[in-house]
Design a protein around this ligand. Structure first.
Ligand code: 2AL
Length: 243
């Protein structure tokens, strides 16, 4: 089977890290194609960044459908464009926030989320509530690292680890969810350091997609997520028009 893992930001080094983390967990019959869209923000740290990442995500979903992709992971903790992507895809589409929260909910009574900048905390809270994890999500904490500093700051691992330690002590949580795809490669180190399960949504989302495909399950097409009707788009979006 072929799973397309889409890093909605256009930083190729982060896409490579994300792809490595996804490939590390899939079974022998699964190929992971990790991509960034040709257009979009170099990192996603605001509502504007998230909105501007969606056209590129949808372009990747559309090309994936033509290429016979079996399922998709949207590897950004805001789960941008997830509903629109599900309209375009036949197979399952899972965002890393939804995946990580589901996984963490199996590990105890409650989990903490550690995200990047403080301004992304509200979005993570909205997603927890939207997905039905408001009761399980005991706290959402920012490590105050910009997304791309996760790759460049030599202290990034220590900063995220300490933020996770403080989150668990503050919230009394049983597990931690990493609130950024760029943290995926820190997961095992942090878990060993703080002594609680740490969930990376890239790995969790990839395995959930693999499992759904193995069960022969894809996105339901009877109603809300049926293929969208023909539509003309103008200006910069003209290429998205559906005859
Ligand atoms: N909360 C976040 O920082 N989310 C993210 N921004 C990105 O560019 N990738 C993420 O996962």
């Amino acid at each position: 089977m072929l799973i397309k893992v889409i890093n909605p930001n256009t930083t190729s080094s982060m896409t490579a890290t994300i792809g490595d983390c996804a490939r590390a967990v899939v079974g022998p019959g699964t190929v992971v194609d990790a991509v960034s869209p040709a257009m979009g923000p170099v990192s996603i740290e605001s509502h504007v960044d998230e909105a501007l990442s969606v056209p590129g995500i949808l372009a990747e979903i559309a090309s994936g459908e033509a290429e016979g992709v079996d399922g998709y992971v949207i590897a950004c903790f805001g789960d941008p464009g997830i509903d629109a992507a599900r309209e375009l895809a036949a197979g399952p589409v899972i965002g890393i926030a939804e995946a990580a929260m589901h996984a963490a909910s199996f590990l105890g009574r409650g989990f903490s989320v550690v995200t990047t900048l403080g301004r992304t905390v509200g979005r993570a809270q909205d997603l927890a509530n939207h997905y039905g994890f408001g009761r399980h999500c005991l706290g959402i904490h920012a490590c105050d690292l910009p997304v791309l500093d996760l790759e460049t700051d030599p202290d990034a691992r220590k900063i995220v680890t300490e933020a996770c330690r403080i989150a668990v002590e503050t919230d009394g949580s049983d597990a931690v969810v990493l609130g950024c795809a760029g943290m995926a490669d820190l997961c095992q180190h942090i878990s060993a350091e703080i002594g609680v399960p740490v969930v990376d949504g890239v790995a969790a989302g990839t395995l959930f997609v693999q499992s759904l495909i193995s069960l022969g399950l894809g996105t339901g097409k009877r109603g809300e997520f049926a293929a969208p009707p023909p539509k003309r788009y103008t200006g910069m979006l003209e290429g998205f028009s559906r005859p």
